[in-house]
Write a protein that binds this ligand. Structure first.
Ligand SMILES: *[C@@H]1O[C@H](CO)[C@@H](O)[C@H](O)[C@H]1NC(C)=O
Ligand SMILES: *[C@@H]1O[C@H](CO)[C@@H](O)[C@H](O)[C@H]1NC(C)=O
Ligand SMILES: *[C@@H]1O[C@H](CO)[C@@H](O)[C@H](O)[C@H]1NC(C)=O
Ligand SMILES: *[C@@H]1O[C@H](CO)[C@@H](O)[C@H](O)[C@H]1NC(C)=O
Ligand SMILES: *[C@@H]1O[C@H](CO)[C@@H](O)[C@H](O)[C@H]1NC(C)=O
Length: 278
C-alpha cells in the first residue's frame, strides 16, 4: 500500500545582515536548519541511535526544561539536547508535548537522513548532531522574527529594549539559580510595557551565554529596533520581547486589534512540497 504524504519543508537561511525588514516579519514556527553536510542511511545504526536519543530526551521533559544526552559509538554516535522556553506558564507537560510530540516528529520529517538538524517550535528547541556540540557557543544562522508593527518612539524603544535585554542577559548568564533564563518587565510609555525573556542552553558557560544573548540583541536591534516585538532563534540561546505580557501567556490580540501585515521577500520561509512514498 502506498500512502502519499505532503509536507512542508521550511527553510529560512537568510543572510541576516541583508535582510530587509519585511523579510523577517512573517511565518510561524517551526523553523529548522538541516546542515546538509552528511547523511545517514535509513535503518542504519545511526538512525536507531537517533530515535533512541529522541526517546530518552523526551522522557526527561517530565523533570527538566533542558537536557542533553548522547548515545552510540564512534561514527554512529548521536549527541542531542532540547530546551523548553521558560515562559512563566510553561509546565513540564507543555515541555513534553513540545519535544516528544511536536519537535521530535518535525526534526526527522523536515531533515530526513541528516546527521545534524535543529528545529525551533513555538515553545522549544531540539538539536542533534553526529558531532559533539555540547558546551560550544554557536550563533551561526540565527533566525530572527519580528512583529511587523512600528512602535511610537523607536529610538527610545531601542534603548529600553537594549537595557532590559542586557540586564536580563546578566541574570541568566551569571546567576546559577536562574537556570540560564530570565524574564523582565519595564515600562516604555505611559500605556505600554515591555516584557522580555532571555534563555540559553544550559550546557554553555556563563560567558558564552552572555555572548550569545549579546549577539542576538545586537542582531535584532540592528534590523528591527523600531518594531514592537521580536524573537531570535539561535542554536545556543533564545530571546523574545513584546509590548504585551507573553511571559504569562497573554496574546497580542488581547491588547491590540488589527491584522499583522504579512511581508514578502527573499528571506520569507519557503514552503516546499515534497512527495514521500511510503
Ligand atoms: C531549575 O531547574 C530545576 C530542574 O532542572 C528545577 O527543579 C528548578 O525549579 C529550576 N529553577 C528555576 C528557578 O527555574
Ligand atoms: C534526566 O534528568 C535527570 C534529572 O535532572 C538527570 O539526572 C539525568 O541525567 C537526565 N537524563 C538525561 C538523559 O538527560
Ligand atoms: C516603520 O519605521 C521604519 C523606521 O523608522 C520606517 O522606515 C517605516 O516606513 C515605518 N513603517 C510604517 C508602516 O510606518
Ligand atoms: C546596547 O547597550 C550597550 C551597552 O550596554 C551598547 O554598547 C550598545 O551600543 C547598545 N546597542 C544599541 C543598539 O543601542
Ligand atoms: C515570572 O515568574 C518569576 C518567578 O515567579 C517572577 O520573578 C517574574 O517576575 C515573572 N515574570 C513576569 C514577566 O511576570
Amino acid at each position: 500500500m502506498q500512502l502519499l504524504f505532503l509536507y512542508f519543508l521550511i527553510t529560512c537561511l537568510c543572510d541576516f545582515a541583508d535582510a530587509n525588514l519585511q523579510d523577517i516579519t512573517s511565518g510561524d514556527p517551526p523553523y529548522n536548519i538541516c546542515t546538509n553536510s552528511n547523511n545517514y542511511a535509513t535503518d542504519s545504526p545511526f538512525e536507531n541511535n537517533l530515535y533512541n536519543l529522541l526517546g530518552v530526551l523526551s522522557l526527561n521533559t517530565s523533570v527538566t526544561k533542558f537536557s542533553s544526552f548522547y548515545t552510540g559509538d564512534n561514527s554512529d554516535r548521536v549527541y542531542g539536547l532540547y530546551m523548553c522556553f521558560n515562559y512563566n506558564y510553561t509546565t513540564y507537560v507543555d515541555c513534553k508535548n513540545c519535544i516528544a510530540t511536536t519537535a521530535s516528529q518535525h526534526i526527522v520529517r523536515y531533515c530526513p537522513n541528516e546527521k545534524e538538524a535543529i528545529v525551533w517550535e513555538d515553545s522549544c528547541l531540539l538539536h542533534y548532531s553526529s558531532e559533539d556540540f555540547f558546551g560550544k557557543l554557536d550563533v551561526k544562522g540565527n533566525i530572527p522574527k519580528a512583529n511587523s508593527q512600528n512602535v511610537s518612539d523607536p529610538e527610545r524603544y531601542r534603548s529600553v529594549v537594549n537595557r532590559s535585554l542586557s540586564t536580563l542577559s546578566k541574570q541568566a548568564a551569571y546567576n546559577p539559580v536562574n537556570n540560564m533564563s530570565a524574564t523582565g518587565v519595564e515600562s516604555f510609555t505611559k500605556t505600554e510595557t515591555l516584557y522580555a525573556l532571555v534563555q540559553c542552553t544550559r550546557d554553555l558557560s556563563g560567558d558564552d551565554c552572555s555572548s550569545c544573548l549579546q549577539t542576538a540583541t545586537r542582531e535584532i536591534l540592528s534590523c528591527c529596533y523600531f518594531l514592537r516585538g521580536a524573537r531570535v532563534h539561535s542554536r545556543s540561546c533564545f530571546l523574545r520581547y513584546e509590548l504585551y505580557d507573553f511571559v504569562n501567556g497573554a496574546s497580542e490580540s488581547s491588547v491590540s486589534s488589527g491584522n499583522q501585515a504579512k511581508g514578502k521577500g527573499k528571506c520569507m520561509p519557503q514552503f516546499q512540497h515534497k512527495n514521500l512514498l511510503k
